[in-house]
Write a protein that binds this ligand. Structure first.
Ligand SMILES: Nc1nc2c(ncn2[C@@H]2O[C@H](COP(=O)(O)OP(=O)(O)OP(=O)(O)O)[C@@H](O)[C@H]2O)c(=O)[nH]1
Ligand SMILES: [Mg+2]
Ligand SMILES: [Zn+2]
Length: 371
């Protein structure tokens, strides 16, 4: 066993609540200790156990299992075995999550990827400058946040680069999309409104930051911490593209209470199984939909569709309906792909089975097999 860092944060500081205590209790007997994944680096987790901070790797049974419940993410609570003879601790189980930010695994169509787990609040960060918030991306980010069970907050940063009037106008445009969501206009450079962000960290809460590369996530972390703990991109690039400043997902402790998970900017943000998220992100459309004639109305061409009627009268804007339809369509396509994959797997299994069966009947003639 080797310790990675010191001093170790206490379990309370890591957010170990009654819930986690209760979930962990049945495992305490097996010489496991509870811990929280603070960082992941090339498949190796850095886990805080209260007593220590240790490097850990997943047990073989987790590696063999597919599905997002068996892939650990930053923010996960885990049961660790700490074999004396072993260089690293072993993650034996991942406790059931309260929330997860899941996107489709880039480069793979049929797998979800948990970007952060067990966060109370998600700061969806967008920059007010140079181009202003990307509303299409924001819709997608909101869907994923809602779907994963954490409360999204839209953080519009770099307010120092725009006039107050422009900031107001952009905030209003965002408000038209982000229904029922707090919107905070801040600056990582001047510190404007940072105290409002700090309030989400009360009671040892966990916050995660999401947003495109260069929007200013790590700069906000440094402001919240009050020190330059995270590297930020210092080279000025006018087109906002360029290298990622942050390369790993990592939990950072805020001064008085709470932790914040900084993440590298995500370019690809494809939806994964997020039906509930779409419903939650479009409460206005769900409201109209109650009055649709058909319960399974898709709001595309059905008679008696209350959503289309609302679009007709202008109660619902065309852009809003378009966004909704676009996201639904994307989910349909991705779930059809998942089904294809399941069908293919089933077919393969059937084939293996029928081959084995055929061999069996060949060697056991006259036992009721097909003839
Ligand atoms: N004027 C101004 N510049 C900012 C502000 N926040 C960040 N920046 C600048 O924007 C650039 C990117 O900031 P980062 O904090 O590194 O962005 P990031 O979102 O962490 O980027 P990745 O780690 O690549 O995902 C840096 O040059 C920052 O100095 C702000 O509030 N105002
Ligand atoms: Mg960063
Ligand atoms: Zn309808």
């Amino acid at each position: 066993m080797s310790d990675v860092a010191e001093p170790a944060p206490s379990l309370a500081r890591l957010g170990y609540s009654e819930r986690w205590k209760a979930l962990f209790a049945p495992m305490a007997d097996d010489d496991f200790v509870p811990g929280r994944v603070m960082r992941i680096d090339r498949g190796i987790a850095t886990v805080g156990t209260g007593a220590a901070v240790v490097a850990a790797e997943p047990a073989a049974h987790l590696v063999k299992t597919t599905g997002i419940g068996s892939r650990f993410a930053v923010g996960d609570w885990v049961a660790l075995a700490m074999p004396e003879t072993h260089e690293r601790a072993i993650i034996e189980a991942i406790l059931p999550r309260t929330s997860a930010f899941v996107r489709r695994q880039p480069g793979e169509r049929e797998t979800g990827q948990v970007v952060a787990a067990n966060t109370d609040t998600i700061f969806i960060v967008q920059a007010l400058a140079p181009r202003g918030p990307n509303l299409r991306r924001l819709e997608r980010e909101l869907v994923i946040a809602w779907d994963g069970g954490a409360t999204p907050v839209v953080v519009l940063t770099k307010a120092d680069l725009v006039s107050a009037a422009d900031a107001d106008a952009m905030r209003e445009a965002v408000g038209a999309i982000a229904h029922g969501v707090d919107i905070q206009v801040v600056s990582g450079h001047t510190g404007q409104n940072i105290s409002a962000l700090r309030s989400y960290a009360e009671d040892d809460a966990t916050i995660a930051l999401f947003g495109a590369s260069g929007v200013g996530k790590s700069t906000l972390v440094n402001r919240l911490v009050g020190a330059d703990v995270q590297a930020t991109r210092e080279i000025r690039d006018s087109d906002g593209r360029g290298r990622h400043a942050t390369v790993v997902r990592e939990m950072i402790f805020l001064p008085d209470s709470g932790v914040i998970i900084d993440t590298p900017g995500m370019r690809a943000l494809a939806l994964w199984d997020a039906d509930d998220g779409v419903s939650a992100a479009f409460p206005d459309i769900e409201e109209f939909a109650h009055a649709c004639q058909f319960r399974d109305c898709t709001h595309t061409a059905e008679p008696g569709c209350a959503v289309l009627a609302a679009a007709e009268t202008g109660e619902l804007t065309d852009e809003r309906l378009d966004s909704y339809q676009r996201l639904r369509k994307e989910l349909e396509v991705s779930s059809a792909r998942q089904n294809d994959k399941l069908r293919a797997e089933k077919k393969r299994e059937d084939k293996i089975f029928s081959k084995a069966a055929r061999r069996y009947w060949q060697s056991h003639p006259g036992q009721g097999g097909r003839d």
